[in-house]
Design a binder for this molecule. Structure first.
Ligand code: G3P
Ligand code: CA
Length: 234
């Protein structure tokens, strides 16, 4: 059994990291949604994957060189806007869990403050490729669930997992092995595999004991629930 995490909302069906995308993930029945956070020039926590806005909006420029007001003037497809983290929480609270990916320095303190202010500790985790950001947020809030993302597995990853300490590991789908899953479980850590966009890989991961599956196409896996009962919604 595994939880389904809609990636950037449900990015396979709606403009990524927008309210419409989070609504889609909720409507499909995802357990959680992943989202990416950065800081605007005026230090507001905004939800956008890239450091530059042109792939997902009609504008151009770096997120950290634009104020929130400037970012809000940009248009995403389907009449969407770049949301703030607070707007995403307002929309998602009580409906879906959040997996917040810290993309840049400066986010740990602000994200932790927002999590505490909104009282969503039970329904949120943070993830990052940057172990120093996880270390910082865990120092601020040791009870906050945190996961270390990686694209290559090494002894360094396992050392960091103990040292920080993190609660779960996040290997990209192409490096997931039974050895990795078993070792994480032995350490008392769960496994979140991300970028899982085909059904067969998802099924293979179930048999390996992967705990959470991150996907742009969660409908693939919700339909599986109806037919086989493999997937669990909690
Ligand atoms: O959920 C983890 C995954 O989102 C990490 O990669 O580039 O899609 O943010 P990326
Ligand atoms: Ca991400």
């Amino acid at each position: 059994m595994a939880k389904i995490v809609g990636h950037r909302g449900a990015a396979g069906y709606a403009p990524e990291n927008t309210i419409l995308s989070f609504k889609t993930a909720i409507d499909i029945g995802c357990d959680e949604t992943e989202l990416d956070v950065r800081l605007s020039k005026d230090s507001k926590v905004v939800v956008i994957h890239d450091e530059e806005v042109s792939r997902v909006t009609d504008g151009s420029g770096f997120v950290n060189e634009m104020s929130l007001a400037e970012l809000k003037k940009l248009n995403c497809p389907e009449k969407q806007k770049i949301p703030t983290l607070q707007e995403v929480i307002d929309f998602c609270k009580g409906k879906i869990g959040l997996l917040i990916e810290l993309k840049v320095p400066g986010t740990p303190k602000k994200v932790n403050r927002i999590i505490l202010k909104n009282k969503i500790m039970g329904n949120v985790a943070v993830i990052s490729f940057h172990y120093e950001l996880l270390r910082e947020i865990k120092k601020l809030n040791p009870k906050l669930r945190a996961g270390l993302l990686f694209e290559k597995c090494s002894e360094e990853i396992w050392k960091l997992a103990e040292e920080i300490p993190i609660d779960f590991i996040g290997p990209r789908k192409d490096i997931v092995t039974k050895g990795i899953v078993d070792r994480a479980h032995k350490m008392g850590k769960t496994v979140y595999a991300y970028h899982v966009n085909d059904e067969n890989t998802g099924k293979d991961f179930l048999s390996l004991g992967v705990d959470e599956i991150g996907t742009d196409f969660p409908k693939l896996f919700r339909s599986d629930l109806k037919t086989s009962g493999l997937w669990r919604k909690t």
